[in-house]
Design a protein around this ligand. Sequence first.
Ligand code: C5P
Length: 218
Amino acid sequence: AVVPVITIDGPTASGKGTIAHRVAQQLGWHTLDSGALYRLTALAVQQQGVDAFDELAVAQVALRLDVGFQGEQVLLSGQDVAALIRQESVGNLASKVAAYAPLRQALLERQRAFRVAPGLVADGRDMGTVVFPDAPLKVFLVADVQARAERRCKQLKEKGFSANLTGLLEDMRARDERDRNRANAPLVAAHDAKTVDSSCLSIDETVKQVLDLWSEAC
Ligand code: C5P
């Protein structure tokens, strides 16, 4: 039987990761944080001193990535880098290299391999459009940029990083702009996606909306 997938795509800090985890918990399914793969690639590029403008070299780094996800841990060559990859510098580089077609191709099969029974909740930018186009439920999660910047600010401070709201707003606008306007797998709602606006919703309310949509879809 085909393993079901719920895709959750949307702009930076729209709450995709949190919602994806909660929905997966409720259903007893696996998760794929596809942004983490782009962030891990960016971190490995930094660490290995690879030229970030060399598209093929960056794709090679992605093909050779030794990654693991264990609970809260994100392992790169056996080292927990969960906190490191959340840094804005890594996110910004990730968003730049994510425009490279060879890199996106290099990560495609790795992402599809997460589709394991009993089901997968996958979050990112192109989960519904490119990676899992046959997903029975596609959610496009949006929130206004101010709400997203405030959330990201809080999140970074909780993790012990310094954060500045104005700087975050600017970074976030720039990143959204790049993600929306790139030629390869731009951030766009799939034609059959359901849009959920979380600006004024709590986490619980947003999770409920997604679970309700899943009940309708299956
Ligand atoms: O979601 P997150 O902020 O962790 O993703 C980091 C960057 O990776 C994004 O800004 C985006 O450019 C890229 N990305 C992507 N496709 C995905 C997930 C993330 O291009 N499916």
